[in-house]
Design a protein around this ligand. Structure first.
Ligand code: PHE
Length: 482
């Protein structure tokens, strides 16, 4: 059933923008999914959570929870034809249910906004590192040694010191964060066609090209077997650890951009002839492959350099420069690497900002550019506050219990979104699509039939709510299980 004419007339929130092609939709959605979540957060979380057990549970969550929820979110968007919250309200109304179900999208929207705050800080580090490598390329060019490694003549300690030095230089860190946020605002202000889609269609293919190059290179030179061992061998005890499970669930949702209102928003721009089930499969496959391959590329370097896998948020930045030092053409490869990470980060940050901007555009009928600037500025300020976590000695703990125990502002925001807001939003979406939304309406949107359809129905109605619910409770209150 399409939106009834009277509905659309009474509802200024009906969305008008559409992707110009299926390719554009796929690139934008894959661009939103593939980002710092794969290249920075996945290796960091894997290291902190002990490797194999985390990775196995993460893959379990991607296939059995992420994929069904991804399809559910895009179909809510396309059936609701508006920003995330309004779309969910529209579907609820058409199903004769309470519009309060849109709380699921609202929680996700707040989550996406809070992710943007710290995401931009890390993306700022990426820009800074690209700058470091540009310098290095130019100095190796002038010394006629471009085929050698990066940072010629620098000792290992000095290289390890690049990141702590940046952390001490608060002005620089904030300037880079500001620059990245400004670029994000600029793209979102230009709209779905003129901004988001253009960036995705150009940058994502370039990203994949660079990613392929860097991966082939690192797999052929690094200690892959040790990395494979770390990523896939696990002890069963850790697999049952509720904190590991909650982190893995959070990482799966974060990486697929789920539980963040965002895939609902992008789904609303999809045309009727796009098969949402197939597209969801492609997005999940691309996203998960990039994460695993990034792990395979990064851990050999970590081990070869004798560094600890538990570096957390700093892992990517502390380890890679060391590796580029011992690679032929290290400065150029290092530069390409950080350019590639920047592309991936930008196509994700515009999605993060778009979730709230599109809501405000439809809700208040207001100017998109002004809203992008407004939301972006607030996110910038909160992000700046979070960035102090890296350069001040005195730690600020916002909530000091459970998973939040002794977490600085930065880690607090990361945990609040990944381990609370995204899972709660995904849980509400699953219950909504599995039980509340009109079956006929849902089935018209999902593009599936036969056995796959039945499996999806079972997963979204039973397995997803149950597993997300249990993991949330046991992960947040581990004392319950023991
Ligand atoms: N999925 C993105 C990444 O992996 C982050 C993101 C989360 C983007 C939620 C949009 C919404 O980097």
């Amino acid at each position: 059933m399409a939106l009834a004419g009277s509905d659309a007339g009474a509802n200024p929130a009906a969305s008008t923008e559409k992707w110009s092609s299926r390719f554009a939709f796929i690139m934008a959605a894959v661009g939103s999914a593939v980002g710092l979540g794969n290249l920075w957060r996945f290796p960091a979380e894997t290291g902190v959570n002990g490797g194999g057990a985390f990775v196995i549970f993460y893959i379990f969550c991607v296939v059995l929870i992420g994929l069904p929820v991804l399809l559910s979110e895009t179909l809510i968007g396309r059936a609701g034809q508006s920003s995330a919250i309004e779309s969910m309200k529209n579907v609820a109304r058409k199903s004769g249910a309470s519009p309060l179900w849109s709380l699921g999208a609202a929680v996700g929207m707040v989550g996406a906004f809070l992710i943007l705050t710290f995401y931009s800080v890390i993306a700022g580090w990426v820009i800074y590192y690209a700058g470091v490598f540009i310098n290095d390329v130019s100095s190796s060019l002038s010394s006629g040694n471009i085929s050698g490694g990066a940072f010629a003549g620098m000792n290992a300690d000095a290289i390890q010191d690049i990141l702590p030095a940046l952390h001490k230089n608060a002005d620089m860190m904030i300037a880079m964060h500001a620059l990245f946020m400004a670029i994000t605002i600029f793209v979102v202000a230009r709209g779905v066609h003129g901004g988001i889609e253009k960036v995705a269609v150009w940058l994502m293919p370039m990203f994949f090209l660079l990613f392929l190059g860097v991966t082939i290179y690192s797999l052929s030179t690094g200690d892959t077997s040790r990395a494979l061992d770390f990523l896939f061998s696990f002890d069963a005890q850790r697999l049952l650890d509720p904190k590991v499970q909650l982190s893995a669930l959070g990482q799966a949702l974060f990486s697929l951009s789920l539980g963040s209102a965002m895939m609902i928003t992008y789904g609303s721009y999809a045309s009727r002839d796009t098969n949402l089930a197939k597209t969801s499969g492609m997005i999940a496959t691309a996203d998960t492959s990039v994460a695993i391959i990034a792990g395979l590329a990064i851990f050999p370097i970590v081990f070869a350099a004798g560094l600890s896998a538990e570096g957390g948020p700093t892992l990517l930045f502390a380890t890679l420069p060391t590796a580029f030092q011992s690679m032929p053409f290290g400065s150029i490869i290092g530069l390409l690497f950080f350019v590639m990470v920047f592309f991936a980060a930008l196509t994700s940050s515009v999605a993060l900002l778009e979730a709230s901007v599109s809501w405000a555009v439809t809700r208040f009928n207001a100017n998109r550019a002004m809203l992008a600037v407004g939301f972006g500025l607030v996110a910038f300020v909160i992000g700046t506050w979070a960035s102090f976590s890296f350069n001040s000695q005195s730690k600020l703990y916002l909530l000091n219990f459970g998973i939040f125990e002794e977490q600085n502002v930065f880690n607090f925001l990361d945990k609040l979104t990944g381990s609370v807001l995204l899972p709660v939003s995904a849980l509400l979406v699953a219950i909504f699509v599995g039980w509340v939304a009109d079956k006929q309406l849902v089935d018209e949107e999902n593009g599936m039939s036969g056995a796959p359809h039945m499996i999806w129905r079972f997963l979204i109605a039973w397995l997803c709510p149950l597993v997300i619910g249990v993991i949330l409770i046991t992960g947040l209150f581990p004392q319950i299980v023991g």
